[in-house]
Design a protein. Structure first.
Length: 252
């Protein structure tokens, strides 16, 4: 399914009855990781995808990105069926862990840019602008990815996700390994980018409730492979007690 690209779909990401399994998971021959996971992320929101360690968040994200084969369920990205490779053409992905390739950060960004049909000059210009925003020296581009600090590596991962001005940003713990000042810069950048591109949707895996309370406006709770709740989030509502009460209710 492909929709008119000039009209933003109501939902940037739709996951419908997604199931996932793993072989030899803690000794289990075929362990089930996701149970009919279904949710819809409204276009233009900053959505937090939260849950305990091992809940299945990263498995869900990798399924959405085509990094994990979908054996059961359906995914729609920006109005395009997830089985169509075009669905990921306007998606930016910030992985949890940095890239340890033995190539320079500049070459890494140019390779990513080439996938989006960007010239080396366009990539360098955009990279320099973003490096300046994140207060990182441009000479870091000449250092191999596996030699950068974890925080600098994460900044390069953030930059590559925004090279093509994507309509959907999927980020797995985007502020991990960032110092407090750079975390603030990251969220300042997200707010600025969202203001300039209001139809862009952010889908963020995070355990940082302080950041969720301050910046997000939609929540999806995943618990042991089940979507327990999804809802718009009023930032004045106070998430900590709500999350604690929900987890207590689920376990009881």
């Amino acid at each position: 399914m492909i929709v008119n690209k000039n009209i933003a779909p109501k939902y940037a990401l739709i996951v419908d009855k997604l199931n996932a399994y793993a072989n030899n998971f803690f000794g289990v021959p075929k362990a089930r990781l996701l149970y009919d996971v279904s949710f819809k992320v409204p276009t233009g929101t900053i959505c937090a995808f939260i849950g305990h360690n091992g809940a299945g968040k990263t498995t869900t994200v990798k399924s959405c990105l085509g990094l994990r084969p979908i054996k059961s369920g359906r995914i729609v990205i920006n109005g395009i069926d997830g089985l169509n490779i075009l669905s990921r053409a306007e998606v930016g992905y910030i992985p949890e862990k940095g890239n340890n390739e033995k190539i320079t950060a500049r070459d890494f960004l140019r390779i990513v840019g080439a996938f989006h049909h960007l010239s080396a000059e366009e990539v360098d210009r955009k990279a320099n602008q973003l490096l300046k925003f994140f207060q990182m020296h441009t000479d870091r581009l000449n250092i191999r990815m596996n030699k950068l600090s974890s925080g600098q590596n994460k900044i390069i991962s953030i930059i590559q996700a925004f090279l093509s001005n994507p309509k959907l940003i999927i980020a797995d713990e985007p502020t991990d390994n960032l110092d407090p000042e750079t975390r603030d810069l990251f969220w300042n950048f997200i707010q600025k980018y969202h203001h300039e591109h209001p139809e862009t949707t952010f889908f963020l895996i995070t355990h940082n409730l302080d950041e969720i309370e301050k910046y997000t406006d939609y929540l999806i709770f995943l618990d042991h492979g089940y979507v327990k709740k999804e809802m718009p989030y009023d930032r004045s509502a106070g998430l900590r007690n709500k999350y604690r009460n929900l987890r207590t209710k689920w376990y009881s």
